[in-house]
Design a protein. Structure first.
Length: 483
């Protein structure tokens, strides 16, 4: 099949979150299955700088009311063909893909991602300037949410479109005057189109008009049809339930493999887990943690946001340390959370280690060196770190939500006896529930035989993208022919 994969970020060119990981890994997995995939990506300054002269002009684009643009052809490092939307007035600037250096949104994001959606729709339409015509247009999140809307108003033959919701909390909400500025008629400003509580929502438009909708885990697909995780769109999503499904994300098992990972000092597998202790020693040394063999190290790798539930950790941190456990933390974000973790590390040197910022190599060391991993997210559409952790023999403590439910088997007498337990889930969104679960972890950690069973069960799970890609291909085939 020929698949156009439209996204606002992809590794290794540009990344702010899990969307980039999916946009790098899923097209690669689909290509390995024999499909013809092209990734459409904005030509941010960093992307064009990385590509250098390794591009060719494929088409000049004149799409009023947008500024003129052009389409460049290139290739991702994994060999997947890349289509780069070059428009210097919208994408050629310093800063992040969505925000300026001061963390404020770019004021013209409506135009920037309106154009990306418009071009995605064009390339999947019979009027495309390219000879290559996709069988499926796969859109991702609000940044390409208007593509199905353009198809709905454009007329003519076009490929069926699929919208994947990676995180419903981000919806691309703009003032109503956006509509004429992106070339859409005022007729769409209604409750059964793109109107959203007095504004325009790009994601709502995609949900309303896409042929099919997916989310990144089966449980999240159910959660978003109800409050509070529907974020105002639960009624629409419930109405479209027959066209909505969840496919759990995968991970790149070539990069995330403790047996071959070049970013950790000691490589290991399920058959030689004692070598993992060398990584724990390296992690402790890197963060200035005391060498306490009987005290488990809890790892955290996360954005510091309300969604991630890390305030639950800071609220019970003193009690956690008395269990006892040590904390190895990597992340950044909310200044109040950063301050709370810095203060905690200053008051408990040798027990709490903190490194702020984004540090991909160090995240591998945390996954390998921690004894268990904390993910108290309030909601988690799919999640990746819980998959990395299990693959590295690092059982996960997580709030029972979204993809965390779908990818972690909670420890109880039955799952331990069956050898299927891979982590520890708590149901209530409270510091007390988190604390009680970590106490359960500490008790289990002292039973080395039971702990090894949990580690090996997690390492045996197949979180590769191959399985997820097969599910997408099945969905694509069910959609094909609706042109």
């Amino acid at each position: 099949m020929k698949i156009l994969f439209a996204t606002s970020e992809t590794v290794p060119l540009i990344k702010t979150g899990g969307l980039a990981d999916v946009s790098g890994a899923l097209p690669d997995a689909l290509t390995r299955l024999g499909h013809d995939v092209r990734v459409l990506l904005p030509g941010y300054g960093t992307v064009l700088a990385w590509l250098g002269d390794r591009t060719e002009v494929l088409a000049e684009l004149h799409l009023p009311p947008f500024a003129d643009a052009r389409l460049l052809g290139a290739t991702l490092p994994n060999g997947v063909p890349l289509l780069v939307l070059q428009c210097p007035t919208l994408f050629g600037r310093d800063g992040g893909p969505y925000q300026q250096h001061n963390h404020e949104d770019w004021p013209d994001n409506n135009l920037r991602f309106g154009l990306l959606s418009r071009v995605a729709a064009l390339l999947a339409h019979e009027s495309s300037p390219l000879a290559w015509q996709p069988d499926i247009l796969h859109c991702n999140d609000w940044q390409t949410g208007l593509a199905p809307v353009y198809h709905a108003v454009q007329g003519g033959a076009h490929a069926p479109n699929l919208l994947t919701i990676h995180n419903l909390a981000f919806q691309g909400i703009f003032e109503p005057a956006t509509l004429p500025r992106v070339g859409l008629p005022w007729d769409l400003y209604r409750v059964d189109a793109v109107e959203y509580y007095g504004n325009v929502s790009y994601l709502k438009g995609g949900i309303q008009f896409a042929d099919r909708i997916t989310t990144v885990s089966p449980t999240y697909a159910q959660e978003i049809q109800h409050e509070p995780l529907g974020f105002g769109l639960q009624g629409l999503l419930a109405w479209r339930a027959k066209d909505l499904s969840g496919i759990l994300n995968g991970i790149d098992t070539g990069i995330w493999d403790p047996a071959s990972d070049p970013l950790i000092p000691a490589r290991y597998s399920a058959s030689n887990l004692r070598r993992k202790e060398l990584d724990r020693a390296a992690l402790r040394e890197a963060l200035g943690l005391e060498a306490l063999p009987e005290v488990p190290v809890a790892g955290i790798v996360s954005r510091f946001t309300h969604q991630k539930g890390l305030d639950l950790v800071t609220a019970c941190a003193e009690e956690l340390l008395r269990i006892p456990v040590q904390l190895a933390i990597l992340g950044s974000g909310d200044p109040m959370l950063e301050h709370a973790f810095r203060d905690l590390a200053a008051r408990h040197p040798g027990r709490v280690g903190l490194r702020t910022g984004f540090d991909e190599p160090f995240s591998h060391l945390v996954e390998a060196g921690a004894d268990f991993f904390l993910m108290p997210s309030r909601f988690e559409p799919s999640g990746l770190n819980q998959m990395y952790s299990q693959r590295y023999g690092t059982p996960v403590v997580a709030h029972a939500t979204g993809g965390l439910i779908d990818s972690i088997t909670d420890l109880d007498a039955g799952t331990l006896r069956a050898g299927t337990a891979t982590g520890f889930l708590f149901r209530e969104e409270t510091p007390e529930a988190l604390l009680g679960t970590v106490r359960r972890v500490a008790d289990t950690f002292r039973n080395r035989r039971a702990w090894r069973r949990i580690q090996r069960a997690g390492m045996a799970r197949d979180f590769s993208w191959d399985a997820a890609a097969e599910h997408y291909v099945e969905l694509y085939r069910s959609m094909a022919g609706r042109r």
